[in-house]
Design a protein around this ligand. Structure first.
Ligand code: SF4
Length: 310
């Protein structure tokens, strides 16, 4: 079965072997972050609805998990903000009822947590990872470029309320963009805000592949370490992708997997071999085929040659 709403499993640097579920079309989000690895937001919206059919997502998940795959997480992530999908709670409940041994993670920007229905939808997840990049309205607008009606103050309030209600694990991701949210003043605001949310864990991240805007530059490792030490507590700077476990694939499946992965975000050869757990020679051969077919193109960045869809 060719899956439309599932991707991977990928070997995620944070979540181990993770099956992805993508609930919104590329690229549908409440934010238009300058660093977004999926490119600029084309549908900037706060409207919750059934962007893709809930029953079809459930059918795919059911078929996949019935094979009892070895996974660390089933993860809601992908082409935008998953909580915009009005059926996310129903899908989480289906997995928890039918396959309770699988852990569920949700990667979210947390902007809809002011809505009680969104908070309720995520209550059965095991791990929720919201992002919080800025506390001042000015930095929030510069980095996250929200859809009208979403303010930094509301986002913080929603995060605090969610953290009070949620009984699973809560990790907070802070994405640092050089010269935008790495000032002493903003980091101290973040420190206070994070203390009021009291997450189980904090992860500091920065750009390691092309973002939505070409001018975005990653923070330097020393700056990230400084920020981590200011934030204190259980704060880590997210490291490199660790090597994936091999998942046997047929050649045409490898090409489909590569295309699906690159479509979501540009990747280097190293990224692809690590994420998909494949040999470099195998990935190189398939990249050449995709390039010759005009489906992907290479672009040179600071970290090497990235492949993106044409
Ligand atoms: S980084 Fe996340 S929250 Fe920001 S625009 Fe991309 S998908 Fe949306």
């Amino acid at each position: 079965m060719a899956y439309r709403y599932l991707f991977g499993p990928v070997c995620s640097r944070r979540l181990g072997t993770s099956l992805g579920i993508d609930l919104v079309p590329l690229k549908t989000c409440t934010l238009n972050c300058v660093y977004c690895e999926c490119g600029r937001t084309t549908t900037l919206t706060g409207e919750r609805r059934e962007y893709v059919p809930t029953d079809q997502v459930i059918a795919e998940v059911d078929e996949y998990l019935a094979k009892n795959p070895d996974l660390d997480y089933v993860t809601f992530a992908g082409s935008g903000e998953p909580t915009l999908h009005s059926g996310i709670g129903e899908i989480i409940s289906f997995i928890k009822d039918r396959y309770p041994h699988y852990r569920i993670a949700v990667l979210t920007n947390g902007t809809l947590f002011t809505d009680p229905a969104v908070r309720a939808a995520l209550m059965r997840a095991d791990l929720v990872i919201p992002s919080l990049d800025a506390v001042s309205e000015e930095a929030f607008r510069k980095i996250n470029r929200p859809c009208p009606g979403i303010t930094a103050g509301d986002v913080l309030e929603g995060l605090r309320t969610f953290a009070e209600e949620f009984t699973g694990e809560l990790w907070l991701e802070v994405f640092i963009v050089r010269d935008l949210n790495d000032t002493e003043e903003e980091i101290l605001l973040l420190k206070d805000a994070i203390a009021s949310i009291n997450p189980d864990h904090i992860q500091i991240n920065t750009l390691d592949r092309p973002g939505a805007e070409i001018w975005v530059r990653p923070a330097l490792p020393l700056a990230l370490e400084r920020i981590a030490s200011i934030l204190g507590g259980s704060t880590e700077v997210i490291g490199a992708v660790r090597a994936g476990q091999a998942i046997p694939q047929k050649a045409e499946e490898v090409i489909d997997l590569l295309l699906a992965t690159i479509r979501r975000r540009p990747c280097t050869l190293d990224d692809l071999t690590a994420i998909l757990g494949l040999r470099p020679a195998e990935v190189t051969k398939c990249l050449r085929i995709l390039e010759a077919e005009g489906q992907i193109e290479p672009i040179r960045e600071e970290r090497g040659v990235f492949y993106r869809t044409v």
